[in-house]
Write a protein that binds this ligand. Structure first.
Ligand SMILES: Cc1cc2nc3c(=O)[nH]c(=O)nc-3n(C[C@H](O)[C@H](O)[C@H](O)COP(=O)(O)OP(=O)(O)OC[C@H]3O[C@@H](n4cnc5c(N)ncnc54)[C@H](O)[C@@H]3O)c2cc1C
Length: 442
């Protein structure tokens, strides 16, 4: 039997290369605030929002306004991976925010078109992908591809930097309220929209309330915050890829690391989700119209099938560090309390360092805070969505893509490939409504 042993050098793609850019549109006369009406408002311009905007473009729905806190496509995603020093995506070339079924350039074609900018390792990965094998995608390629997809579907012309704060969902339209910065002054806007698509992504998961009382202890941070460069001993809590990057970074600059993992052993996998959930047969376990799974069955599947894990490439690095004593792994160790620069394990042992980093993952944003509670219909942290359309059952003009759609599309809804599946469903529903003149301003 052949053993699959990916090499750690795959993790080392260069970042921020001088990449050829599609010319940026000049927008001299564009108003600083979004218009007061649009057929569609998309909240969030991450990979999911980008996928929805591109798909709507192809089905002929062009009166679209996109509102995003950063005002740049995929900015939060790229900011997060860059902060962690993550140089390659975990998902393969086939997973991209482009549109399926249209003659857009797909991620792998895009990478091949830029062959001369790639390293020999990156080129080999493309060949692996062409041969149907697992491959890793450089963040640089994904970043450039998002810009390309954004440019060719005229996203910059329709994207405003701002914060959506509330949505009043009526029977024949929805009003999206929020604010934008205008020359340093915060100004409110209200957009009357035929349909709204929430693509809000996920927020970092906070520590349980029992870990500390009152203010966060000193010397304790989360994964998306800077780790002090002079921390010589770092404690990392969490079992996912984020934890692995934090450990790798700390080891790289000569620190010693204590890693606290709740499970009996860390898990090394290509993805957090079994590959079948990226395919129709896996999704059918959630989504079968013939035999719909009950809520409890889906909840159990979510708990079982989406578990923190680390990309294979890290295994030799972390094993070597553990062997020579630079890394100490506390396996099967829950956290009882977190105090200044230290954690207390549930067996009473203290683990201390100069800095503690909590890498506890993320929680899907499900529209809470924007829509009234009865419309979100939150149950076990998931919204109440119509399985066929991904619209909120309590607000059929408002849709959710991305992680919020997990209880309909399965655990892969959180990933780039899942956004494509959600997008196809949402864009199809909106296009059909717009064709019938429902929710348009024309
Ligand atoms: C470190 C890390 C690495 C990952 N790597 C991969 C990977 O390799 N492959 C993969 O498939 N998945 C990966 N994921 C999962 C990944 O987060 C998603 O695939 C992707 O980012 C989700 O896209 P999204 O558009 O749903 O959310 P996001 O990328 O988070 O985008 C949502 C956007 O909406 C904005 N927003 C939210 N609420 C509002 C509001 N009220 N008003 C205005 N704007 C708002 C946010 O600020 C953000 O800009 C990774 C996640 C992390 C954290």
């Amino acid at each position: 039997m052949t053993r699959f042993l990916p090499h750690p050098q795959l993790l080392d793609s260069p970042r921020h290369r001088d990449w050829p850019r599609y010319p940026a549109p000049q927008l001299p006369d564009r108003p600083r605030l979004p218009p007061s009406g649009a057929d569609i408002v998309i909240v969030g311009a991450g990979p999911a929002g980008l996928a929805v905007a591109a798909a709507l473009w192809h089905v002929g729905v062009h009166d679209v306004v996109i509102i995003d806190r950063d005002g740049e496509p995929a900015a939060r995603f790229l900011d997060r991976v860059d902060r962690l020093g993550q140089r390659v995506l975990r998902s393969p070339y086939e997973h991209h925010p482009g549109v399926e079924g249209y003659r857009d350039c797909e991620l792998r074609d895009f990478a091949r078109m830029h062959w001369s900018h790639l390293t020999s390792v990156e080129r080999r990965e493309i060949r692996m992908s062409q041969a149907g094998h697992r491959s890793v995608v450089p963040v640089d390629v994904f970043d450039a591809y998002c810009r390309h997809t954004s440019a060719i579907h005229q996203v910059p012309q329709r994207l405003w930097r701002g914060e959506v704060r509330g949505i009043d969902a009526g029977a024949d339209h929805a009003t999206v309220r929020g604010s934008c910065q205008d020359n340093g002054v915060e100004r409110d806007f209200a957009i009357e929209a035929g349909h709204v698509v929430l693509c809000q992504g996920e927020e970092r998961r906070a520590a349980p309330a029992t870990w500390w009382r009152g203010d966060r202890p000193t010397g304790v941070g989360y994964w998306d915050e800077p780790v002090p460069a002079d921390a010589g001993r770092v404690v990392v809590v969490g079992a996912g890829l984020t934890a692995a990057h934090l450990i790798h970074n700390a080891l790289d600059r000569g620190a010693r690391v204590a890693w606290v993992v709740r499970e009996e052993a860390e898990r090394y996998q290509c993805s957090d989700v079994n590959a079948s959930f990226f395919r129709a047969e896996g999704r059918a376990r959630f989504d079968s119209l013939a035999r719909p799974a009950s809520w409890d069955e889906r909840l159990a599947l979510m708990g079982r099938e989406r578990r923190a894990s680390v990309m294979f490439e890290f295994r030799p690095l972390l094993a070597a560090a553990e062997e020579d004593g630079r890394l100490t792994v506390h396996r099967g160790a829950g956290i009882d309390a977190v105090t200044d620069n230290r954690v207390r394990l549930d067996d009473g042992r203290p683990v201390s360092g100069d800095h503690v980093v909590l890498a506890l993952g993320t929680l899907p944003s499900i529209g809470a805070g924007l829509l009234p509670g009865h419309v979100v219909g939150a149950r076990d942290g998931w919204p109440d969505l119509d399985e066929r359309t991904l619209a909120y059952r309590g607000a059929p003009r408002v849709f959710a893509a991305g992680a919020a759609a997990c209880m309909v599309l399965g655990p892969a809804a959180r990933n780039i490939d899942g956004h494509r599946v959600a997008t196809a469903r949402i864009a199809g529903s909106i296009a059909a409504a717009v064709r019938e003149g429902v929710g348009t301003r024309a």
